[in-house]
Design a protein around this ligand. Structure first.
Ligand SMILES: Nc1c(NC[C@H](O)[C@H](O)[C@H](O)CO)[nH]c(=O)[nH]c1=O
Ligand SMILES: CC(=O)[C@@H](O)COP(=O)(O)O
Length: 190
């Protein structure tokens, strides 16, 4: 489903876990500032709407989307947060730079999700033109910042639940598999 068939701002509060005790970091790129401010406002408002106290939301700015990677890394290394949202807007220009920035940020944020225990939510618009960015930062398609905030709450909850779940606390086998006791299944023979 493409964004044009889905409003990014819509969510059902009944499906959102309790977020009042979670702490969130938000790293915001200053490139295309009018767009990224709109995305930030969407994310901030959604967190507040879900009972997250404002003092539990930490914001840092970085120069551009490529710096979101380092900003998010330092955020999760130094701040007590349950999830990080990175916010950027990359718009196609005349050269291939767009491709390298988008790919670099995508891979960098993916690596943080693989290598660290804190979920990092990808709220980076990668648009062909400014109108597409306007449409997705509070325009006709809603606000991707709102979508990212809801994702951050859900992923923080998953992390919290996983840390309390029995199988996830098992020691890893040398193969990297999780050791889970095999409980024999009794089959009643008729
Ligand atoms: N063209 C855009 C950029 N380019 C800047 C890079 O993100 C980076 O800051 C620079 O290469 C220095 O490392 N950034 C955006 O966020 N959006 C753009 O459209
Ligand atoms: C994503 C970019 O860096 C790009 O917008 C810069 O524009 P240009 O490709 O014309 O240098």
């Amino acid at each position: 489903m493409a964004t044009e068939n889905k409003n990014l701002s819509e969510y059902d509060k009944n499906t959102i876990p309790n977020a009042k005790d979670f702490r969130f970091g938000i790293v915001v790129s200053e490139w295309n500032e009018t767009i990224t401010e709109g995305l930030y406002n969407g994310a901030f408002d959604a967190l507040i709407d879900n009972e997250v106290p404002a003092q539990q939301i930490i914001r840092w700015n970085v120069p551009g989307s490529f710096e979101l990677i380092y900003g998010a890394k330092k955020m999760l290394q130094t701040q007590n947060v349950d999830a990080v949202i990175v916010i950027g807007c990359v718009i196609q220009g005349q050269t291939k730079h767009f491709d390298f920035v988008c790919e670099g940020v995508t891979q960098g944020i993916k690596d943080l999700n693989v290598q660290t225990d804190i979920p990092v939510i990808f709220c980076v618009l990668t648009d062909n033109n400014i109108q597409q960015s306007i449409d997705r930062s509070g325009g006709i398609h809603g606000n991707k910042g709102t979508e990212a905030a809801i994702a951050a709450i859900k992923m923080a909850y998953i992390r919290q639940q996983a840390s309390m779940s029995h199988p996830f606390n098992q020691p890893l086998l040398s193969s990297g598999a999780i050791q889970i006791e095999e409980t024999p299944i009794k089959i009643d023979k008729e």
